[in-house]
Design a protein. Sequence first.
Length: 379
Amino acid sequence: MYFKNLFLTVMLSISSAATYAQSANAFRQPYPLGEKISPNPHFTGEVWLAPLSEHRELNVPMFNVTFEPGCRNSWHLHKGGQILIATAGIGYYQEKGQPARRLFPGDIVEIAPDVEHWHGAAPDSWFAHVTVECNPQTNAALWLDPVSDEQYCEATAEAENRYAEANKTLTAREQTIVAVASYTGRGDLEHLKPALAAALEAGMTVNEVNEVLIHAYAYCGFPRSLRAIQTFMQVVDERKAKGIDDSVGREATVREDNCSRYERGRDVLAEISGVPSDAPKAGYAVFAPTVERFLKEHLFADIFERDLLTYRERELATVSVLAGVGGVEPMAYGHMSICLHLGITAEQLSALLNIVETNLGKSYSEPLRKVLTQLTVKI
Ligand code: MN
């Protein structure tokens, strides 16, 4: 966590969007950015506002608000209440005296009248939400003190570190593999960047980190894998420019074997899954035998035989990529079973999902928590 806290402090002390490669216009979100309304006495940081509804007679004013990383509004309350709908990036909402709630796209916050609160971006993320002004005939905002850097750091760090103790069932190296792989699967390059730096800080070599990104292509395709590798090139170059000498590490051992790639891949799969290689073929293996051959020859032979990662690390990476991809629960089921067969515990898989929940949100972690429950009930 030292790296993360340092990162936070640096990000908060160097103000302005200029320090981010991603400018406001490059931030991908469904609604318009609108006009910059900062500097503004009710906000700490840069903020943009776009009205979303045109017909005043409809009487439900809605706005899109975009916050640069670290930006938040002051403590305030609404006389008629407010509804927030998170639409892009990662943000926070906190009511006075309560823990801060981390917000991801799709999350809805209902704020009752006269409840003191603030909302804004995460320290390392752009964030946008739609605001719906309730009871507009009588509603008014009452602005109070700014959210100090200390209050903001405490609230956001608490939310980020909520699972820190439980996550210690995974090593620091494994935790960074999970973060890197899940961001790669999701295609979230903004957050992948610091995660890649954290992997190097955790002692992984450049070749080992590259191996996670190469491995990922089998599960999320070349475009996401190559964008992740390009992002990693940038990270390594930037660190080199700062005088950090990251170890490249050894190459994968070249394997000499007379067996066919199909047979080698078949045996690797049998070893990691515990399912005998002569078990009758079913499902897609019968319907599309070509893809079954590609899986054995290429994925389980060419890729899995490379010894820069252990099978255990490859499977943790696989489940994490699949979590980031989303909507592939049958594959997640298969790979979580392989994890359990390799001796990865249910607690460790739960820690993996905690990291996914913190980084990508519950809409990515919850479907796989259900899969984990199915698997552990079966045991
Ligand atoms: Mn509000």
